[in-house]
Design a protein around this ligand. Structure first.
Ligand SMILES: [Zn+2]
Length: 410
């Protein structure tokens, strides 16, 4: 295999992936106006339904525009030997491989961030704003950007430096050590994400005493679940859309409810959502997902270690001096079809898990409050009630609302 062949394979992967996405989106868009299924006829009234149609179309058009921009830019960068150019700049500052890699990724990240920020701005302050979802102030938007960048620099930069350092010292067994480092980091983040990272962006307050807390405690006791960490997060700082999630495990396990969720749903519905989250925990989905991601990381790192020392990777991107950092980018591009397939499998599993969590809530608390809560949440986020099955199969981590309602009614 020559570097030129590899280069064309990379270009082909990018183009095929782009076309696949466009076809899938178009297929999905063709069903925007399908009649609403009988079971979901009470989700929207006429006006809200019209609004949801317009919202879907606005996002669809925006998606075509932004993804075309990004793919054209990526292809141009590859064809014009952009990586060689950035590599030269990075090498002009230092000859230390770790520093060169940090500068190299720093430049690429910063440039792509500057280019994509106008799109994020448009999405938040034009589309979300127009449909009444946006609560983000300009100040929050800018602060989020800086905090996000700072986190990437510290965490991403730290891990990258550590991995290159390991690579220089261990070569053949590099993947094992790198795996250990990434695993420790992943487990640590899983446990302490809510304690360490979330407070940088949001305020979390323990759910105050009152009838809601009593109802939740009563439910938790009835299923023998020790739940003393229930937090309400100020999601309304950015959007009216609602959510709830489970995080951590062992002594660090906690449920986080968006203030918007507490506002939109009645108490029984909130307990039902919580029962669903408890279901995820009880059916061991949290631990399974963590294990799966650790195993996948190990496999990926092993495959990476087989190819990374091959100078062809760097040469394929037009870079003369082979290096780990350029190799990583080439590998990432070549590996994307495989990670696409594993993503597909994970989505498939995730949908299975959602049914299991729904069933858990159904048997331990009852189907009705979960059905009405799901309907309200879908209404309030103007979600698509008639997605195309192929789109669901590839992109959905949850079953469709119709599937979930049918399952809950069974
Ligand atoms: Zn779930």
């Amino acid at each position: 295999m020559t570097a030129t062949t590899l280069f064309y394979i990379i270009i082909a992967i990018i183009i095929i992936n782009f076309i696949k996405d466009k076809v899938l989106n178009a297929l999905n868009a063709k069903h925007y106006n399908d009649p609403i299924p009988e079971e979901l006829s009470d989700v929207y009234d006429e006006a809200d339904y019209k609004k949801s149609q317009a919202y879907k179309k606005a996002n669809y058009k925006f998606g075509i525009f932004s993804s075309t921009f990004s793919v054209v830019l990526t292809l141009a960068f590859l064809v014009l030997d952009g990586f060689e150019y950035v590599d030269k700049i990075a090498r002009s500052f230092s000859s230390n491989p770790i520093l060169v890699a940090l500068i190299f990724f720093g430049i690429i990240m910063l440039a792509s961030d500057i280019l994509t920020t106008p799109f994020a701005y448009y999405k938040t302050f034009v589309i979300e704003e127009k449909f009444g979802f946006n609560k983000t102030t300009k100040k929050t938007f800018i602060l989020d950007k800086f905090k996000g960048l700072l986190m990437i620099v510290i965490l991403g930069g730290g891990i990258l430096a550590l991995i290159i350092w390991i690579y220089q010292r261990t070569q053949d067994q590099f993947w094992l050590y790198a795996w250990a480092v990434v695993t420790v980091f992943t487990v640590f983040m899983n446990m302490f994400y809510s304690k360490l990272i979330v407070p940088l962006f949001n305020k979390q307050t323990p759910l105050e005493n009152g009838s809601l807390r009593d109802k939740i405690s009563e439910y938790a006791q009835s299923v023998g679940f020790n739940l003393n960490k229930i937090f309400v997060i100020d999601g309304s700082k950015r959007s009216t859309k609602a959510n709830a999630y489970f995080s951590g495990f062992g002594s660090e396990k906690r449920v986080t409810l968006y203030d918007t969720l507490v506002h939109d749903l009645d108490e029984d519905e909130i307990v039902a959502v919580l029962a669903h989250e408890v279901g995820h925990y009880k059916r061991k989905h949290i631990i399974f997902n963590l294990m799966a991601s650790i195993v996948l990381t190990g496999v990926t790192l092993y495959i990476l270690s087989v190819f990374i020392s091959n100078p062809l990777l760097s040469k394929a991107l037009g870079v003369d001096i082979p290096s780990l950092h350029v190799g990583l980018i080439a590998f990432g591009l070549l590996y994307s079809p495989i990670s696409g397939i594993t993503g597909l499998l994970m989505n498939h599993l995730s949908r299975k898990f959602e049914y299991q969590a729904d069933n858990y809530a159904k048997t331990t608390y009852g189907p009705q409050p979960l059905i009405t809560s799901l309907k309200k949440l879908n209404k309030n986020s103007l979600s698509n009630l008639t997605p195309h099955p192929a789109y669901v199969w590839i992109h959905y981590s949850h079953p469709t609302l119709l599937q979930r309602v049918q399952n809950l009614k069974k």
